[in-house]
Design a protein around this ligand. Structure first.
Ligand code: ZN
Length: 197
């Protein structure tokens, strides 16, 4: 297996990786950096597992958590009652506000991608943060921050399409103000990935 080795830009510690990953985590000084033309240390969060989460099934899944300003300018829905999007956006009488959109950042099949994005965006998880992975394996990050920002639109459209009414027209603006790498605790199960908080 090919091992990739780079040096931490913060403390010079060598970082070895056995899999292709856009994010380099330094065990020594706990920084994460990306190499996208330049070398940039980025903000991140690692969510802690719940006390009862079985050890052997634990895995960290990377997300880009996008902090967005969202405004619905016009929306026509046929046959639906409450609009999921309007409920979801807090404040401003349901026409706009600031929201977190979670974009899965590893390689997933479309169904899993959709499920994870909608689950976390609809109900942002609460967890305690930690600064290391505690030897729990993690999935590689394969999606860049820029790609994630583009996927934010897909998540918005998909969320509304999940409801019974037929979305006929949706005119909105979405500005991504900030993107943070967030590793969330998951458990592998026969039903797929489930939150391990
Ligand atoms: Zn370091």
């Amino acid at each position: 297996m090919k091992v990739i080795q780079v040096k931490c830009p913060h403390c010079n510690n060598p970082i070895k990786m056995k899999q292709k990953d856009l994010l380099f985590y330094c065990d020594s000084c706990k920084t994460i950096h990306v190499r996208d033309g330049g070398i940039n240390v980025i903000d991140y969060e690692i969510g802690d597992f719940g006390r009862n989460a079985p050890q052997g099934d634990r895995i960290y899944v990377p997300f880009w958590r996008l902090y967005c300003s969202f405004t619905i300018k016009n929306m026509k829905v046929e046959g639906g009652g409450l609009f999921k999007l309007s409920n979801w956006v807090k404040g401003g009488a349901g026409t706009g506000g600031d929201i977190f959109i979670f974009v899965p950042a590893s390689d997933f099949d479309p169904a899993t991608f959709k499920r994870l994005a909608i689950m976390l965006t609809t109900l942002p998880p609460r967890y305690n943060s930690r600064t290391d992975f505690n030897n729990v394996p993690r999935l590689p990050t394969t999606m860049s921050r820029e790609e994630a920002a583009q996927m934010a639109h897909f998540v918005v459209i998909t969320m509304e399409a999940e409801k019974p009414g037929t979305l006929q027209d949706l005119d909105y603006t979405l500005n991504v103000n900030d993107a943070r790498a967030v590793y969330l605790p998951f458990l592998t199960s026969p039903q797929g990935l489930v939150l391990g908080i």
